[in-house]
Design a protein around this ligand. Sequence first.
Ligand SMILES: *[C@@H]1O[C@H](CO)[C@@H](O)[C@H](O)[C@H]1NC(C)=O
Ligand SMILES: *[C@@H]1O[C@H](CO)[C@@H](O)[C@H](O)[C@H]1NC(C)=O
Ligand SMILES: *[C@@H]1O[C@H](CO)[C@@H](O)[C@H](O)[C@H]1NC(C)=O
Ligand SMILES: *[C@@H]1O[C@H](CO)[C@@H](O)[C@H](O)[C@H]1NC(C)=O
Length: 357
Amino acid sequence: MMSTFLHQRPIHNPFSNQYLLSPHSNSTSQRPISIFNPTALLILLSLLVVLWVFLPWAGMPVFIFSTTRSPSVTKWRHYSLAQAASFVAKNGTVIVCAVSQPYLPFLNNWLISISRQKHQDKVLVIAEDYATLYKVNERWPGHAVLVPPAPDAQTAHKFGSQGFFNFTSRRPRHLLHILELGYNVMYNDVDMVWLADPFFYLQGNHDVYFTDDMAAVKPLQHSHDLPPPGKKGRTYICSCLIFLRSTPGAKLVMKKWIEELQEQPWSKAKKANDQPAFNWALNKTVGAVDLYLLPQAAFPTGGLYFKNQTWVQETKGKHVIIHNNYISGFEKKIKRFRDFGLWLVDDHALESPLGRL
Ligand SMILES: *[C@@H]1O[C@H](CO)[C@@H](O)[C@H](O)[C@H]1NC(C)=O
Ligand SMILES: *[C@@H]1O[C@H](CO)[C@@H](O)[C@H](O)[C@H]1NC(C)=O
Ligand SMILES: *[C@@H]1O[C@H](CO)[C@@H](O)[C@H](O)[C@H]1NC(C)=O
Ligand SMILES: *[C@@H]1O[C@H](CO)[C@@H](O)[C@H](O)[C@H]1NC(C)=O
């Protein structure tokens, strides 16, 4: 499309040069005596030529420009999850996140860390607004998709709000859709940083891999079964990092998660997010599905990593993905990442496929 436009430019220029002559010819033709003057006739003739022949053409590059812009916008607007997944998938696997515009700096930080592990090619950004869709695809064509309808941007960001609940409720649907297309999928929140390659830990043939959001220290060789329920009668598995194989078991967990969200919709009293529903889905599928708890030392919750330096020292060299949770607010999260040397966008933006945003 760009080359079509560039090819038009040399044609456009001679026409606009001709066009510049017309004010001259106009002023001369205003003197009635000179109409029969051969020079005036020549100018008049060239004016007519400019008007009748060249003017419709001179307008054309503008027309071409506008039509070359809109197909790219319409292209991304109609880019489907199936097209996007088939474009980014490598070895039958995609890495997915879901982001709206305010999270772009976190997206970039996360992408830098993934690029360092050479897994960025598999990343698919599920854009939750059109600005994010166009921004990412403009910098990195094909790596963002929007599954309509886009949630209301004004209400989607405040943790605990109904808008935030609606926004996160889309997650199991996106993941189920990708599984049904036949891909394995790794989902991450974007307030994460990869320090090593997680795929090494995703071995075996389990259906669903996840991490514990409890900050209590576990023994290094802890069980990989679903942990026992906590105080609220359910587990505290994080819905922030999930690896799913495209198996009936993984699809069943996603369907249960969607069902649980519908049965316990958001209310002012509960101010739920999507995590309890994910835990109930695990609770109800535990016998039928092969679940796998990832090692705490490699995938610690932010409640442990950022709060227990003794543990961090003890498990040095074992950390794989760090999650900046157990804190809320963009500024606080950024400050904490900076304090721990994990805010990479200031000095390493060029390592991101999106560049500096
Ligand atoms: C491709 O996927 C298979 C099965 O998930 C895995 O064993 C293998 O290591 C992967 N290969 C590459 C090159 O990532
Ligand atoms: C959330 O979704 C519900 C049900 O679809 C809808 O009625 C409500 O208006 C949405 N709220 C916000 C804040 O997006
Ligand atoms: C599922 O939840 C119920 C109710 O809290 C609990 O009694 C049961 O132990 C849980 N099952 C598993 C496998 O966690
Ligand atoms: C911090 O980590 C150490 C070492 O693993 C552990 O013994 C201690 O109980 C932890 N402290 C808290 C408050 O969890």
